[in-house]
Design a binder for this molecule. Structure first.
Ligand SMILES: [Zn+2]
Length: 374
């Protein structure tokens, strides 16, 4: 079955295979799990199982090709159009419902995939309820979401939930090595930083990831050490994120990756302080132990929360430069830099370019700098 091509999801795919083999497929499924773990590939694999006459893995028949290219007439995908914030009611009322109402030959499935289902507008979700209550024969609806809690309880209760978990790191590393020309060491670090998402791992490994990560972490470490000002650091982040991005949207995605890497770095600073070296993600960063002295646990967690806020801001289409400058300013304040929150009203971005009171990593006071800032 085409499910075999999907990595590390034996449990959810076993659930679907059993349902198919025993003729007990539900009329609506909710695929729940993090991004990049194979939900969308699994939905297409399910479509191939339903429509392909051979149902074999790596099948290259016309049906399978059309499904994989999103061109099969019996498989429709509904997602976010460019620059739109939700999937509107018209997509459901004028397209999905008439599609499901088309008459099929017995056994000829029509499948609709909604990805992400949490982007359905309230009106669209309500319109979908009608379809869920009276599904046409040979119609299969698959909703994809990061978290089922984001959907209306009335929608959730009418779907069978299939949970997709994070993929184990060794499987991701092996997949990277078979797909790309990278060393085991590099594959291992990327797998660790991918947070269980093979999609993310492939994206990270696809760029000059080592150099990209080192630049981003160096810039942030310099900000924590007050060697670089917040505005300058924000500009560096924008430049790093913009380098491989083609348009505004790609730049946002790159920036989300960069902020995700900063989160893993903050986590490592806390772990390095506690000397749990075996659990480090950036274990290959030679200056990590020294950098861990720049923040105590409380400060690291405060910065961590602040990065999550910045990620949310960027998700909500806040101006990227403003979001980054505010993040860097607050980071500097939490870490004890001169551009503290109390100075914010009077903050002059040009003045802030001057390094604040430096906590250079090489000075003997590096471990006890907080005393002077409390
Ligand atoms: Zn096929």
């Amino acid at each position: 079955m085409p499910f075999i091509e999907i990595l590390g999801q034996d449990q959810p795919l076993g659930q679907l295979s059993r349902a198919f083999v025993t003729g007990r497929l539900a009329h609506a499924y909710l695929f729940e799990g993090p991004d990049g773990v194979g939900k969308s590939m699994s939905a297409r694999a399910l479509a191939r199982i339903l429509l392909c006459p051979r149902k074999g893995e790596k099948c290259k028949c016309e049906t399978c090709q059309l499904v994989l290219e999103d061109r099969h007439p019996l498989v429709r995908t509904y997602g976010l159009a460019k620059n739109s914030r939700n999937i509107g009611v018209d997509a459901i009322r004028d397209d999905l419902i008439p599609f499901f109402n088309l008459k099929s030959a017995p056994g000829e499935y029509k499948m609709a995939i909604i990805d992400p289902a949490d982007a359905l507008s309230p009106e669209a979700a309500n319109m979908l309820l009608k379809t869920l209550e009276e599904p046409g024969e040979w119609s299969l609806l698959v909703l994809l979401t990061r978290t089922a809690q984001a959907l209306l309880p009335t929608i959730r209760s009418r779907c069978q939930c299939v949970r997709f978990g994070r993929i184990p790191e060794p499987l991701i590393a092996d997949r990277l090595m078979t797909k790309m020309d990278i060393t085991r060491e590099h594959a291992r670090v990327v797998a660790k930083l991918s947070c269980g998402s093979v999609g993310r791992a492939l994206e990270l490994a696809g760029k000059d990831f080592s150099a990209w990560r080192v630049r981003a972490l160096d810039a942030y470490a310099e900000l924590l050490a007050s060697e670089t000002g917040p505005v300058e650091t924000a500009a560096k982040f924008l430049e790093i994120a913009g380098k491989s991005a083609k348009g505004l949207q790609e730049r946002r995605v790159e920036l989300q990756h960069l902020l995700g890497i900063l989160l893993t770095y903050l986590r490592d600073l806390v772990i390095a302080r506690e000397k749990y070296e075996g659990f480090l993600l950036h274990e290959d960063r030679p200056t990590l132990a020294q950098e861990a002295a720049l923040l105590d646990e409380e400060q690291a967690l405060a910065v961590f929360d602040r990065i999550i806020e910045a990620k949310d801001d960027i998700d909500r289409n806040v101006n990227m430069q403003i979001a980054l400058e505010e993040l860097c300013l607050d980071t500097s304040a939490i870490a004890g830099g001169a551009a503290g929150t109390s100075d914010r009203a009077a903050w002059n971005p040009h003045a802030a370019r001057e390094p604040a009171k430096s906590k250079r990593l090489s000075t003997p006071e590096a471990g006890s700098w907080r005393a002077g800032n409390d």
